[in-house]
Write a new protein. Sequence first.
Length: 183
Amino acid sequence: MLQKRLLSKLDEGYLQEKLLFLLQDRLELTTVFFPYIKKLKIKQTYSLAGTSVSHFEDPQKRIEIGKRLYSILFLKKTVKQSSLEFAVNTPHTGSRSDYWPDSYSSSPTDGKRIFSPLLKSVWKNVPHTFFSEDWINERTLRDLDILKAISIPKHFDVTLQAKVLVKFSAKLKNLSTRTRLPV
């Protein structure tokens, strides 16, 4: 579905979008993650389990990313349980403040934390047309047996990587607010 509806459009003359997509993709600036709790503490701070995404235009790479995400979410019991709990108990706004309220704020006037807006405030609601065709209809459920052979990756926690980016973003924010030139 991704190939037909999105990625094929990159070959239809969307040069600027393709260049931006490839730059973001090759620098691995996209990470798919699941908020989870490593250990139960008095104050529950979410860690992030997931993986970076690169070479997304290649269907085989997308399958590998999907398998890796599947193994992280469904085969790692602590991730599965606390991610489900997070999803059920947290109203999803699209803001990073949903899982890291100490570092992010959905309010643009909060000067202490990094601004992470609500999804509905930055993107219009766009109606989509979905077709009834789906990849699962082309295969039997036996083809999904490959998921039984997947092992849990040794490195799946991306919390440290995300925290480094948060600190870097905060420093950039502080630097930009201190060095603003008068208009």
